[in-house]
Design a protein around this ligand. Sequence first.
Ligand SMILES: [Zn+2]
Ligand SMILES: [Zn+2]
Length: 335
Amino acid sequence: MKAALLREFQKPLVIEEVPDPVPGYGEAVIRVRAAGICYSDLEIIDGKVAPPRLPLILGHEVAGVVEEVGDGVKHLSPGDRVALSWLWYTCGRCRYCLVGRENICENQLNTGFSVDGGYAELVKAPATHLLKIPDNVPFPEATSATDAVATPYRALTFASRVMPGDLVSVFGIGGLGHNAVQIAKALGARVVAVDILESKLEFAKDVGADYLVNASKEDPVKYIKDLGGADVAVPTVESLKAMRQAYESLRAGGTLVLIGLPVGELSLPVIDWILRDIKVVGNIGFTRSDIIRSLELVAAGKVRPRVELFKFEEVNAAVEKLRKGEVRGRAVLTF
Ligand SMILES: [Zn+2]
Ligand SMILES: [Zn+2]
């Protein structure tokens, strides 16, 4: 099969012929139809987050068709449409798995990081971690449900319990942010979108944001405070400044959910934090349950992830376009 290999950090991926994966007991091989390019892939390519081995096939937002199943696989057959996320394997027996928090499973293996991922014609995974895609969800949109929808989904539900009527602020209207806006709307919230680019704010309006703030022209804290303050604030960008503004824009009793990954330390005023009864929570990834619900939201038309399609052979061009911040929604490779 053809695969795009990361052979050296800070170099383009190399498309090569490699052996086809063979499914072992309990595993299935899928023929990849679409694979999303995540901001975290850039960090792996740059060597900022080093995987356990090179060469490696990246890609952890995968959708395709079951090609072959190994022994012991009863619930999948060739031809089934399935999605594979970052969660290639979770153990099902550690204390986190047992309480429904497999996103922090201590024995997890991650697609396109600890094992080969989906920038390839075929990929192999445990059948338990392949999730069926509803019939009316196209493959590219399904790749978004495995991460770019599932991450904000968990942030707005499990991590912050958004309620109908809440005011939710979303900082950064990119691959995750534009889905965060739609999920918050689906939960019945009013949404303030904050970005520093006018084009991203138009995008936010397109996907249903109620209020738009250009943080390069006006103070988002004052704007949101004038609306009464946010009940939940979600900075999706890698910016400590945006995180600080998101904190300050909260009303008393509000929740700041951190999902962007800036390097550095976030400094917050402790007395204000306590006296205003603020919650600050981290949120890493999602569980398979969050992905299933994300796929259902997409199937129901409540969330429409925007994707920009590239041919598999254009993987390096797509990576560079994402790096420049020029992709509207999610960059997705198609096969
Ligand atoms: Zn991702
Ligand atoms: Zn576990």
